[in-house]
Write a protein that binds this ligand. Structure first.
Ligand code: F6P
Length: 538
């Protein structure tokens, strides 16, 4: 395929379009009866079991998807990523988050340089710093231990670390390591969030980590100035050196802000913001909370999936299978949502050609059975939304009640096993009649079924498995992008809103400082801004 050919113009794509007509005639109820098909749609790797038999696909569909992968040069693109080529062409950068979790002896080149020693230099610095803070050899300005950490950051400098923290918060080993410590995240610039973060905290025992790749993000920098003020007004300006550290690629701006560059933890432009949790972005705050050795396990889990993604044949390659099935659901079956990550969702190909198909899905989800009591009505009888069910064999916090054989975790997992079948099989009017359901209720109680899902069963949710999960979903995004022919590693789509906000910020400044009237905006925005300025002046 020539680089400027759109994937939808290739033979495998057209073939899949034709094949769709066959699949439309099938129902998962029947497909699930074919044990050979179901067996072919299960894959195991490093403790995890993926069952994708409830996808609206046959073995034939998979073969055709593998041909599509070939037409998109998927294998070559994966290798180009791991080899540090500048596959993020719009920013002229390598995409090397896999180097962040590579073992010390690995060699991964970017621009002719092995980046692994740089990665490990920062990891070792984090290990040392976090150990000093955790063992009270690095203390606050008044000599008190720094037991609370506020990580300020937004977007990729927040969501990944929050995800891992949420998972580890209940892991027994991590919990023991976190005893007596607190980790909070401040992302939003709403003053209410600042208040929520500092409520109950004492500046004397708080360490603030400012996490920003660019060190220019408006929300993060304002929050950082706010907390700098909180610290210095309580403890004096000299306290900032002991109470504030930074994670950034821009060490010059870190120093300008007033943080000692020795207390800054670097990462590099070949780490995309949305792919940065395995850099100091996540590793520093998480190591302060849980200790470096727990976080190292998380990195090892991610690395295990990286190696699998790089080398496993596509038929057994979990991220590749996930990505191909997403393409099938979004671009062929036309299902627009899924109960994932960015930065897909582009309007043009990597060569700038307008895409005649959707390249990205809307993701949402909920833990446990919460979704069951809210949006599951929609996914069972309303819109068709392919679901990923992720379950674990061993609970992190098992509860065994006397006299109850089916324990709490079994109860949770009963739903994990039941929901995919409910979606796949549905319930027919005939079944309802046999159950003596009154005729007027039959349309309401009928479930069409034939709704795709996949199930991923992990041994548990410790740091290692969390790392695996993270890498799996990162690579799924890459696979989708490689096949759609888009750049999954840039995100120009978020820039317009930011620059308009900066125009508004300038206007607010001019109006407040010099009384200048609102100008240069449309009628609606002018009216709203004027009202805001007038009403907030009192
Ligand atoms: O707005 C998107 C984005 O640029 C993300 O890529 C990034 O994770 C986030 O903003 C925060 O950026 P930074 O880490 O530079 O503060």
């Amino acid at each position: 395929m020539a680089s400027s050919t759109l994937i939808c113009d290739t033979e495998p794509w057209k073939d899949l379009k034709e094949h769709l007509e066959e699949i439309k005639k099938t129902h998962l109820r029947d497909l699930m009866n074919d044990a050979d098909r179901c067996k072919a749609m299960m894959v195991e790797f490093d403790g995890m079991l993926l069952d994708f038999s409830r996808q609206r696909a046959t073995v034939n569909t998979l073969d055709k998807l593998f041909k599509l992968a070939e037409a998109a040069h998927l294998r070559e693109k994966i290798s180009r990523m791991f080899n540090g080529e500048h596959i993020n062409s719009t920013e002229n950068r390598s995409v090397l988050h896999v180097a962040l979790r590579a073992s010390k002896d690995a060699v991964i080149q970017s621009d002719g340089r092995n980046v692994v020693p740089d990665v490990w230099q920062v990891l070792d610095k984090i290990r040392d710093f976090s150990e000093r803070v955790r063992s009270d050899s690095w203390v606050g300005a008044t000599g008190k231990a720094l037991t609370e950490v506020i990580a300020i950051g937004i977007g990729g400098s927040f969501l990944g670390p929050l995800f891992v923290h949420t998972a580890l918060q209940t892991d027994p080993e991590a919990l023991i390591c976190a005893r007596g410590r607190q980790l909070r995240f401040l992302a939003n610039v709403d003053p209410v969030d600042v208040a929520k973060n500092i409520t109950g905290l004492n500046p004397e025992t708080t360490l603030v980590v400012v996490v920003s790749k660019t060190f220019t993000t408006a929300e993060t920098m304002l929050n950082a100035r706010t907390l700098r003020e909180w610290i210095s007004s309580a403890l004096g300006p000299q306290a900032v050196a002991k109470h504030m550290v930074a994670v950034s690629t821009n060490l010059t701006l870190v120093e300008k802000f007033g943080i000692d560059p020795n207390n800054a933890f670097a990462f590099w432009d070949w780490v995309g913001g949305r792919y940065s949790v395995c850099s100091a972005v996540g590793v520093l705050p998480l190591s302060l909370q849980y200790g470096f050795s727990v976080v190292e396990k998380f990195l090892k889990g991610a690395s295990s999936i990286d190696q699998h993604f790089y080398s496993a044949p596509f038929e057994k390659n979990i991220p590749v299978l996930l990505g191909l099935l997403s393409i099938w659901n979004v671009s062929f079956l036309g299902y627009p949502a899924r109960v994932s990550m960015e930065s897909n969702g582009k309007g043009v190909s990597i060569d700038g050609v307008l895409l005649p198909f959707e390249a990205g899905e809307i993701d949402f989800g909920e833990p446990g059975t919460n979704g069951q009591h809210s949006f599951y009505q929609l996914i069972h009888q309303g819109r068709v939304i392919p679901c990923d069910f992720i379950g674990v064999v061993k609970s992190q916090q098992p509860v065994y009640l006397k006299d109850e054989v089916v324990n709490n975790h079994d109860e949770l997992m009963s739903n994990f096993f039941a929901q995919p079948d409910a979606l796949a099989y549905g319930k027919t009017p005939e079944q309802l009649l046999n159950e003596n359901v009154s005729p007027h209720l039959i349309p309401h109680k009928t479930f069409s079924g034939n709704r795709p899902s996949l199930s991923l069963l992990l041994p548990s949710l410790d740091a290692y498995n969390v790392g695996q999960l993270l890498a799996l979903y990162e690579h799924r995004i890459a696979v989708e992008g490689f096949i759609w022919g888009i750049n999954s590693f840039d995100q120009w789509g978020v820039e317009l809103g930011k620059s308009l906000a900066s125009q508004v910020r300038k206007q607010l400044h001019a109006s407040r400082k010099k009384g200048e009237p609102v100008k240069g905006f449309n009628f609606s925005t002018t009216t709203m801004l004027t009202r805001y300025l007038e009403a907030s002046a009192d």
